[in-house]
Design a protein around this ligand. Sequence first.
Ligand SMILES: [Fe+2]
Length: 180
Amino acid sequence: MALARTKPKKIKPLLKTNCLSHGTVECHDLARARRFYEEVLGFEVVQTSDISLMLRRGKGTIIACVETKRKTAAGVYSHFGLDVDDRAAVDEAHKIVSGVRQEYGIKKIQRPVFQHGTYSFYIVDADDNWWEILENPKGGYNYVFDLKETAADWREQNQGRDRISKGKRQMTQRKKKKVA
Ligand SMILES: [Fe+2]
């Protein structure tokens, strides 16, 4: 499949938007979520209503967190990524988060792996939101927009695919064992 074009200058979009100001996550206990975001993930947090917070880390996108009653349905591809300096920092973060897993009701912590050109791991918090801790240059993924779109070397997608298919194989094997 051809790579997506990353030359937006030549395209005149229908909407004249200024920036991506925010994304959102859901939670089921605002106070618990705030503790996790501030004390573990390091967000600056402002409570914006009885049922909502805004989270900021750096000058980029802000995340609004809304307390809801229904079950959150985020998956791995609905995650937010928090950058750290290098691979060692990813490993260190993994160790730290693993040590406070019970205290913050963290549901899942995956092991760090190389995938799509970075080294990272995912956390599933008490509200089923997915967070990625990854190594990235300063400025995050902005460097991608400075590369030629045909230079695909920056991303080794197969690493991610390998991991996913391996996970699926393991799940299938577990199911078979249960049936047997
Ligand atoms: Fe990511």
